[in-house]
Write a protein that binds this ligand. Sequence first.
Ligand SMILES: O=C1O[C@H](COP(=O)(O)O)[C@@H](O)[C@H](O)[C@H]1O
Length: 232
Amino acid sequence: MPTFIQTENAAQSAEKLALAVAQNLRDTLEKQAHATLAVSGGKSPIAFFQALNQQDLDWARVQIALVDERVVPTSHADSNTGLVRQHLLQNQASAAKYLPMIADHADEGSLKNINQAIEFALQNYVQPDVLVLGMGADGHTASIFPQAPQFDDAIRADYPQTLIHTTPVTAPHERISMTLAAIEATPFVYLAIAGAEKKAVYEQALLKKSQEYPISYVLNSEKVNANVFYNN
Ligand SMILES: O=C1O[C@H](COP(=O)(O)O)[C@@H](O)[C@H](O)[C@H]1O
């Protein structure tokens, strides 16, 4: 059962989430040489990234990865890599190592070879210690989308890879996404959501696992104790 943390506003949510994630990274670094944080993209995480990049920790031993990426060049306006570079890998966090899903030299043409793109992402994959999920108003999380043909594979416990190629029918761009099994293997899992519309979806998703709301598989997983940060 997730722990629901409601804050007064977006700034407070971003700050509290950044403090919690930074502490998880410090705790992990006490036990390991490196700590890996996977973050989501989309429109929501900018304030969190800006709060996190000022946290005092040994960033040189931190690796930043993505939960999911759009299969577009990293210079594209919709690239999650671009968002992370612009807002997270700044200030103190500029010392962190970025683990890319899409190669910087990849263009629209070479990205048509999706097997090559997936292979690149898998070569750079490190199992995260901490993960921050987002959720779309359609209930998708990472790039596991409700009506995508790869949905069953994405939630299969025995899917042979940690990352999967998905083709959403309700959103632009092909995607590369962590699978549910890879999400479930992460010790610290957060979900950050804002607004009444997403809260209503979250409440529906809490009721039972359902393809209608892919986030429901994380929220109702016996392997995950997610902390959910919410502001209206
Ligand atoms: O496409 C994506 O959407 C979700 C949610 O994004 P938001 O813009 O509604 O915050 C995001 O978590 C995911 O990483 C992203 O690729």
